[in-house]
Design a protein around this ligand. Structure first.
Ligand SMILES: [Ca+2]
Length: 398
């Protein structure tokens, strides 16, 4: 939904300083946008209703311009995302809506506890949905700054929602970035996946929980979620584990992971717990010193909702708790380490380059190329080759 909100720390673009916009510039822009929207099939009456007298929202302007300098460790994010309060509220809200959840779980083949966990993370179970006028917020993003393309397409999406009669102009409330309702759908996601569960003609993701849960389940189902396949499990790795296997491109059957000495960190063995032929990836979100997980296609479906490993892990762990299982991570996170700032990520890439390992462009984005170079250096240095960029690794490189 809001990929770049959470992923921002991982792939930070250079910070732009945006010049103060003049109201006249916005009005001129709006005229041009009206022509574009009209060409996209939006009627004159909807354009008049939605855009007449529209102004920039200065707060959205400011938030859009703001880039956090430091990224948090995944453990800090998980501490607040899967806090005792969110777990308890999740259990309460789940029980209160159990009949509806069961109905929707059966209809869409998506585990109810996953829907509930997404609800909990996106809006704290409906408590914080955002009160920005989505049309104004999206127009502000579309006008100027670093998300103009996103803003334009989502603004046209929002106008289509009004035109179809799925929701009224005034009902389109959301976050400053235009994510709306209990599970924070952006307009284009809403248009493609929102569902009218109760059949009243509205896809009401703001106040009808049936529509909310069905829309979320529908989106997950279309993204490949399958009931009872589970998201994954925390595992322990053998002492001589080859960390090159913790790669987003490497998928293996459960039975193969088990044969390589990978086991569930608690409870039944992998092959007793899952279909031995089910394929999964191994992830180490904080490198070799942190916890490891095998994740399956359902985890991938959650990632389509929000392309952040931290987010998908938070949903998964919270869902365990809501379902009455333990979502506690057994291994410890490397809390003494910390993720790198943009400048430090560039310094790491430069250091790799200086030592003859090619990380690709020195842009501060830790992609596949940088990870590969880092692994090659780690291997040569006799360190666990996890390709995980952290303050400790940068220090060692220097
Ligand atoms: Ca409805």
């Amino acid at each position: 939904m809001k990929n770049w909100l959470i992923a921002m720390g991982a792939a930070v673009a250079a910070s732009l300083s945006v010049a103060k916009a003049e109201p006249a510039d916005f009005d001129r822009w709006l005229q041009g946008f009206r022509a574009e929207a009209s060409a996209a099939g939006i009627s004159e009456s909807v354009l008049n209703e939605a855009l007449t007298g529209l102004s920039i929202n200065p707060r959205v302007y400011e938030l859009n311009d703001n880039q956090p300098e430091f990224s948090r460790g995944i453990w800090d994010y998980l501490d607040s995302a899967v806090s005792p309060t969110r777990i308890n509220n999740g259990k309460t809200n789940y029980l209160e809506n159990q009949r509806l959840f069961t109905l929707i779980e059966n209809a869409y083949g998506v585990d109810a506890e996953i829907i509930a966990a997404i609800w909990g993370l996106e809006s704290s179970y409906g408590a914080i949905m955002g009160d920005y006028d989505a049309i104004q917020a999206l127009a502000t993003l579309a006008f100027e700054g670093r998300r103009t393309g996103y803003g334009r397409s989502q603004l046209i999406g929002a106008l289509k929602i009004i035109q179809h009669g799925y929701a009224s102009r005034d009902e389109l409330k959301g976050s400053w970035a235009g994510a709306m309702g209990h599970t924070q759908f952006i307009p284009t996601t809403y248009l493609s996946y929102a569902v009218d569960h109760d059949g009243d003609g509205k896809r009401d993701i703001w106040s009808n929980l049936g529509d909310v849960f069905a829309s979320t389940a529908n989106y997950l189902s279309v993204s490949g979620y399958r009931a009872n396949e589970r998201w994954g499990v925390e595992v322990k790795l053998p002492a001589d584990f080859d960390y090159a296997l913790a790669d987003s491109d490497i998928k293996k059957a459960v039975v193969e992971w088990a044969a390589g000495g990978v086991e569930a960190i608690r409870g039944p063995n992998l092959i007793e717990r899952f279909d031995p032929n089910m394929r999964g990836r191994l992830i180490i979100p904080a490198g070799a010193r942190g916890p490891a997980f095998i994740v399956f296609d359902n985890f991938g479906a959650i990632l389509k909702y929000n392309r952040s490993t931290a987010y998908a892990l938070a949903v998964s762990l919270l869902s365990e708790e809501i379902a009455g299982r333990s979502g506690a991570v057994v291994a410890s996170w490397p809390r003494d380490d910390r993720p790198l700032t943009l400048e430090e990520r560039k310094a790491l890439q430069q250091a790799l380059k200086d030592r003859g390992f090619d990380p690709g462009p020195v842009d501060g984005i830790i992609g596949a190329g940088t990870k590969r170079a880092l692994r090659a250096w780690q291997k040569q240095a006799g360190l666990p080759a996890d390709g995980y960029a952290s303050a400790t690794v940068l220090e060692a490189l220097r």
